[in-house]
Design a protein around this ligand. Structure first.
Ligand code: PLP
Length: 436
């Protein structure tokens, strides 16, 4: 007798025949096959088996108001009837640009693109065009999307990360041209002394230093003030740009995580929440630097286009999402998240387990270590720890009906209430207890 397959497994068997590996993004995997979504609304997502789960992943941090937020749905439906893509410029793109520029002190000009990857790529190319230099500096282990240069060192591990005084510039994909790693300088996040020494060695060639103010894969460790200021001062003294990747962290404060620092980045990449649930990216920053994109300049330094850039559907959804994510909404969401972290800390104390929490604003990550990590190497999880985290994630998913991000992280949305926080906390209590 043949074994009865779940609906997801049936779809996955077909998918393996048409999609490479059966999926289009590796992050949707749950072992041994992906679970397929059917519908989603508010804080809840329903799979094709009919199971409803509370969604603390929010499409990898992109849905600041949860799923199908009614004001976004209404605005998008009305825009759909007016056309979906124009070739021409649109007024909604202008309105949204004005909104973002008003919102963040360091934004003077902006360009929209279609993903965070594209935004980071445009930011790197703009830095190179402006400075005439080739090298970029990025933090060991940091994730900035899938542009070759931004991928370097993304999966740094003890077998390849090298000496901390000179971390290795390891390309991610097989076949990456060697020139890519030659032009990427790796610095250890939050380590002022070593970072400045590393940057000094290549000072004349560095176009930009990329900082993610709360880098998810570096342990979601907030950049400390001293570190960010030291790097900023270094860029001022050495003719390089300081650029922030705020693709995830824009949710942290009304004006992005950069509000937390006394520095003003030259450029910032954006994505995720500014699309209101649709594919988006943007690069914004100082007028003088952003001029590299300007076709009216006598020497156009960086030709830039994109069939779907500033697509009117995305602009409508994003503008609506950001209008509803006003100062009051940001404060309320961050307060709810602080409450959730407080409750989880109580659970950790009650069970007396070595778990710590990092994060900022409406995002946090749990670590299976007693004290929060401060650097990538401290946050690094070996196979044994990763296995345990996967077991915890599976427990939360299958037994508690809670979807979290695969780094054992949560990204909250404005539609969450104490009910969902209590469900998360109680679920974690049982998961930790079961696997203690
Ligand atoms: N930069 C950061 C900090 C990110 O977290 C991500 C995605 O997770 C990206 C860039 C790439 O964005 P996208 O997946 O939209 O290409």
């Amino acid at each position: 007798m043949s074994q009865k397959l779940s609906n997801s497994e049936k779809l996955y068997r077909q998918a393996q025949k048409v999609l490479s590996g059966g999926v289009s993004r590796n992050t949707v995997f749950r072992q041994p096959y992906p679970n397929y979504a059917n519908t989603a609304s508010g804080c809840y997502i329903t799979d094709i088996e009919g199971t409803v789960r509370t969604d603390f992943a929010n499409n990898m941090a992109a849905l600041i108001h949860g799923h199908s937020f009614p004001p976004i749905v209404d605005a998008v439906i009305s825009q759909l009837k007016k056309g979906t893509a124009y070739t021409l410029a649109s007024e909604i793109e202008l309105s949204f640009a004005k909104h973002l520029i008003k919102r963040v002190q360091s934004f003077e000009r902006i360009r929209f693109v279609n993903s965070g990857t594209e935004a980071v790529m445009a930011m790197i190319k703009a830095s190179r065009a402006y400075t005439g230099r080739a090298k970029i500096a990025k933090a060991e282990g940091s994730y900035h999307g899938t542009y070759d240069f931004a991928e370097v060192s993304q999966t740094a591990n003890p077998s390849n990360w090298g000496n901390i005084d000179n971390p290795s510039s390891v390309p991610l994909a097989h076949g990456t041209p060697p020139c890519v790693s030659n032009d990427v300088v790796i610095y250890p996040y939050n380590d002022v002394e070593r970072t400045l020494a590393i940057l000094d060695k290549q000072a004349a060639d560095i176009a930009c230093v990329i900082i993610d103010p709360v880098p998810h894969r570096v342990g979601m460790v907030p950049g400390n003030q001293e570190f960010v200021e030291a790097v900023y001062n270094w860029t001022r003294e050495n003719g390089a740009l300081m650029v922030f990747d705020e693709v995830i962290t824009f949710r942290v404060k009304y004006g992005g995580a950069q509000e937390n620092y006394k520095v003003s980045p030259d450029l910032t990449s954006l994505g995720k929440i500014i699309g209101g649930g649709f594919p988006v990216g943007a690069v914004a920053g100082r007028e003088e630097v952003m001029k590299v994109f300007d076709p009216h300049e006598k020497n156009l330094l960086l030709p830039h286009s994109g069939t779907f850039s500033a697509n009117p559907i995305t602009m409508t959804a994003g503008y609506t999402a950001m209008q509803y994510f006003d100062k009051k909404a940001v404060t309320k969401l961050n307060r709810i998240t602080d409450g959730a972290i407080g409750q989880i800390r109580e659970v950790i104390k009650l069970l007396d387990i070595p778990v710590s929490i990092t994060g900022a604003g409406s995002m946090f990550r749990m670590h299976l270590r007693p004290t929060p990590p401060n650097t990538y190497r401290e946050a690094y999880e070996n196979q044994e720890v990763k296995k345990l985290i996967n077991e915890l994630l599976d427990y939360m998913y299958y037994k508690e009906n809670i979807l979290m991000i695969n780094t054992f992280s949560c990204m909250l949305s404005t539609v969450m209430t104490q009910k969902e926080i209590d469900q998360l906390t109680e679920g974690l209590y049982r998961a930790f207890k079961a696997l203690k």
